[in-house]
Design a protein around this ligand. Structure first.
Ligand SMILES: *[C@@H]1O[C@H](CO)[C@@H](O)[C@H](O)[C@H]1NC(C)=O
Ligand SMILES: *[C@@H]1O[C@H](CO)[C@@H](O)[C@H](O)[C@H]1NC(C)=O
Ligand SMILES: *[C@@H]1O[C@H](CO)[C@@H](O)[C@H](O)[C@H]1NC(C)=O
Ligand SMILES: *[C@@H]1O[C@H](CO)[C@@H](O)[C@H](O)[C@H]1NC(C)=O
Ligand SMILES: *[C@@H]1O[C@H](CO)[C@@H](O)[C@H](O)[C@H]1NC(C)=O
Length: 287
């Protein structure tokens, strides 16, 4: 009798609506990824912080995205999530994100959730409608939310960027031609965004010469004094040139610099300001 009753209770509980915070956390994450979809990302790149809806990120939102880097505060965080989402380039495959689907999600308490998203990259037609599928970017993340449900901390991973990038770029960046093409692209873009007091190179050819002498780097480990790192940070010069031009410049401005794997991928206490193991664990107390 008790056994049957237990089964009945379990059946009722399993079909019950999820707690309000479960749905809230999932919606917050979904809303963030929805803003990577073109042209929502284009609006944020053009208008900056005011174009980011309130309530998604805490002012102190901080996180690490492997293999891209660490991001401190709201401005850094929205620049990462939306400023790096691709824009159509005007040449094939002319891709941008067309769909953001949470394929994995769980949240066991109001303050923590985990998710995997597929960000579909499709060709964007000249009228901005979505064309054929190109590829997808996968991101898995742990999230911590503040009391209002805004993201306070995140640790995310993007696997297989080296396999993603030739599909997204439309060329193999690791051939000599591909490396040249990437360097030319970075140097041409910074020449339009890093101007006046934000100038970091003495013209495009100075930039090309400087970058050609650097290690090229890899998309799967882009953090370093290399070309691939500058290829990421140059995109952010459209939003905050006064900060990001230095990262594209000859010294890497403290961002595109060689880092110690043993330090930067394990400095959780420094990054999150909380004891190791706590930021992404539910607050059930010590015992
Ligand atoms: C995300 O975008 C999809 C497609 O436009 C939409 O159906 C969905 O409601 C959005 N989700 C949230 C939480 O805003
Ligand atoms: C962000 O951190 C600063 C410094 O610790 C603190 O004073 C401020 O209240 C925090 N802001 C939010 C929105 O939590
Ligand atoms: C987005 O992608 C998912 C997973 O591939 C798919 O199930 C869904 O139908 C797509 N949504 C739209 C609006 O295309
Ligand atoms: C496509 O989107 C971009 C970015 O928002 C915008 O500048 C452009 O005018 C749009 N093009 C069309 C044809 O709507
Ligand atoms: C690199 O590309 C530029 C522009 O397309 C071209 O002028 C130059 O000859 C190329 N350099 C090399 C070394 O292939």
């Amino acid at each position: 009798m008790l056994f049957l009753f237990s089964i009945l209770v379990a059946a009722v509980l399993s079909s019950a609506a999820p707690p309000q915070w479960y749905t809230r956390n999932r919606d917050t994450i979904q809303k963030i990824y929805n803003l990577t979809i073109f042209p929502a990302n284009a609006k944020i790149i053009a208008e900056g912080a005011p174009a980011v809806p309130p309530g998604l990120f805490n002012a102190n939102a901080t996180g690490r995205v492997t293999p891209v880097g660490e991001f401190f505060g709201f401005q850094d965080s929205f620049e990462y999530f939306f400023g790096l989402a691709p824009l159509p380039t005007g040449s094939p495959p002319n891709g941008a994100i067309s769909n953001a689907t949470l394929v994995e999600f769980t949240s066991g308490c109001p303050e923590v959730a985990a998710s995997t998203v597929w960000l579909t990259v499709s060709t964007i037609n000249s009228d901005n409608s979505t064309g054929p599928f190109i590829t997808a970017l996968k991101q898995t993340a742990f999230w911590r939310f503040d009391d209002e449900g805004a993201v306070l901390q995140y640790e995310a991973w993007i696997p297989d960027l080296d396999l993603f990038s030739p599909l997204d770029h439309g060329y193999d960046q690791y051939t000599l031609d591909g490396m040249n093409r990437t360097i030319q692209g970075i140097c041409a873009l910074q020449d339009t965004t890093c101007v006046g007091s934000n100038t970091v190179y003495d013209g495009i050819s100075d930039c090309v010469q400087t970058l050609a002498a650097k290690p090229y780097g890899r998309s799967d480990e882009s953090w370093g004094d290399n070309v691939v790192c500058r290829g990421i940070h140059v995109l952010l010069t459209k939003i905050r040139p006064e900060v990001h031009c230095a990262h594209v410049g000859p010294t890497g401005g403290g961002k595109c610099i060689d880092v110690e794997y043993n330090d930067v991928y394990f400095n959780d206490e420094f990054l999150f300001g909380a004891p190791l193991g706590t930021p992404f664990t539910c607050d059930y107390g010590e015992d």
